[in-house]
Design a protein around this ligand. Structure first.
Ligand code: ATP
Ligand code: MG
Length: 416
């Protein structure tokens, strides 16, 4: 017996309607904001993630599924969606097309993490990227899209925003961080010692309790913002307010991926504690250039679909039940079942949702099965009915029944 790999999950047929619902709401929401879907490969060259996500991040140093293919290339299963989309944006010269370029994706993502509730090794993301617009209005619109999605899914969330500045203010902040952490270096975890040398901003993202305690008193990036970044952040706040979107400023949010500049944000569920971050994103004005494209500003976010479903379940959101058969056609013997088969074929051609027996069950057992399926009508064909060219049709909700001629079946069930 071969089991499913650790940290992965099957979506079973009885549950897939929940996924389809969340994905459907995501697609509809994206449409309202004029985004089109982009599909990129599940794997990319490893270097893409080292260059974009950043080679001092946990994702790149510890969590990637990387392997050599038979052509000796280093390949990585994507740990997030932005890098591949950015690669495609450059490779397909989208900067020369219509800007802004607004797109979304629904993807599997892979990270070698310690599996817990809401934290998997294969998980799924709905993500959004908008390329070409530099103003805070577009940050606000991206946040508004995430906000609409979460509201459309019936979730209660809190929005945290921050600005992590541009390379200019980041340099000053990194210096401030180094001064703050230098005397405390001995008390930091092993990884944070490397972060201190290579990328001090990452110190603020450490999940170790001891480091988190020290981080609480670290300087705030907001005190280091340059004039342009400060203005951008002020404009964002004003746009959010004018859209009626409530937010809280949290200067501790730096995000786990290196490509962010200026705006970063997270939506956190207020109904659960751990793994409550359902969605995160921000602006990444330097990424396209870093990957060899021109200077193109961009902003985006990703929401974890497993997290959304988990939070929806925990907060008692009702997901609309999947469609049920309009009619179940039961046949008493082999000849009657043959007729049921013929009628089902004709009805399906007209687009009617119909089910029939596949297990050679008795009429009584077929009735039970039809009831379990939630069929709205059960049409029974016995020997007499077959001879007279009709079926006895029972409406399950009311218990009322009437005879319907075979030739009137399509007309009778269409639109029911
Ligand atoms: P976290 O802080 O929870 O590790 P993250 O900052 O690493 O999240 P992002 O890289 O921003 O997450 O990904 C966006 C979203 O994808 C997260 O907000 C979360 O909903 C989801 N997500 C991230 N990692 C996982 C995972 N291992 N399993 C399930 N969902 C995940
Ligand atoms: Mg993470």
């Amino acid at each position: 017996m071969i089991n499913i790999p650790k940290g992965t999950k099957d979506v079973l047929p009885v549950d897939s309607y929940k996924w389809q619902y969340v994905e459907g709401v995501a697609r509809e929401t994206a449409k309202l904001f004029n985004l089109k879907e982009i599909r990129t490969p599940v794997f990319e060259h490893t270097e893409l993630f080292q260059r974009s996500v950043g080679d001092t991040t946990d994702v790149v140093t510890k969590e990637m599924y990387t392997f050599k293919d038979k052509g000796d290339r280093s390949i990585t299963l994507k740990p997030e969606g932005t890098a591949g989309v950015a690669r495609s944006f450059i490779e397909n010269s989208m900067a020369n097309g219509v800007l802004p370029a607004k797109m979304y994706y629904i993807i599997p993502a892979f990270r070698y993490e310690r599996p817990q509730a809401g934290r998997l090794r294969e998980f799924h993301q709905f993500g959004v990227e908008i390329f070409g617009a530099k103003g805070a209005q577009t940050d606000a619109e991206t946040i508004m899209l995430a906000d609409s999605l979460l509201k459309n899914l019936g979730l209660k969330v809190k929005l945290y925003i921050n600005s992590i500045g541009c390379p200019t203010c980041r340099a000053a902040f990194n210096k401030g961080l180094k001064e703050f952490f230098a005397p405390k270096l001995d008390n930091l975890c092993y990884d944070c010692k490397t972060r201190f040398e290579k990328n001090p901003l990452r110190l603020l993202d450490c999940k170790e309790e001891e480091c988190k305690k020290i981080n609480a008193d670290a300087p705030s990036i907001l005190d280091y913002l340059c004039e342009d970044c400060r203005e951008h952040f002020e404009a964002l706040k004003s746009y959010l307010t004018s859209a009626g979107i409530e937010y809280e400023i949290n200067p501790r949010i730096v995000r786990g991926l290196d490509y962010y500049t200026r705006t970063v944000f997270e939506f956190v569920s207020t109904s659960i504690g751990a793994q409550g971050t359902v969605c995160g994103g921000g602006r990444y004005d330097g990424l396209i250039e870093e990957l060899g494209g021109g200077s193109v500003p961009a902003v985006g976010f990703a929401a974890g679909i497993e997290r959304l479903l988990m939070v929806m379940e925990q907060s008692g959101v009702e997901i609309p039940a999947p469609a049920v058969p309009t009619v179940y056609i039961a046949g008493m013997d082999a000849d009657c079942r043959k007729k049921a088969f013929e009628l089902a074929a004709a009805l399906r051609q007209k687009g009617v949702f119909v089910e029939i027996d596949h297990m050679e069950r008795s009429v009584k057992a077929q009735f039970k099965y039809a009831d379990k399926l939630g069929a709205k009508y059960v049409a029974v064909i016995g020997g007499n009915e077959l001879a007279e060219g009709k079926a006895n049709v029972k409406q399950m909700a009311t218990g009322e029944s009437e005879n319907v001629a075979f030739e009137n079946f399509a007309e009778y069930f269409l639109g029911k």
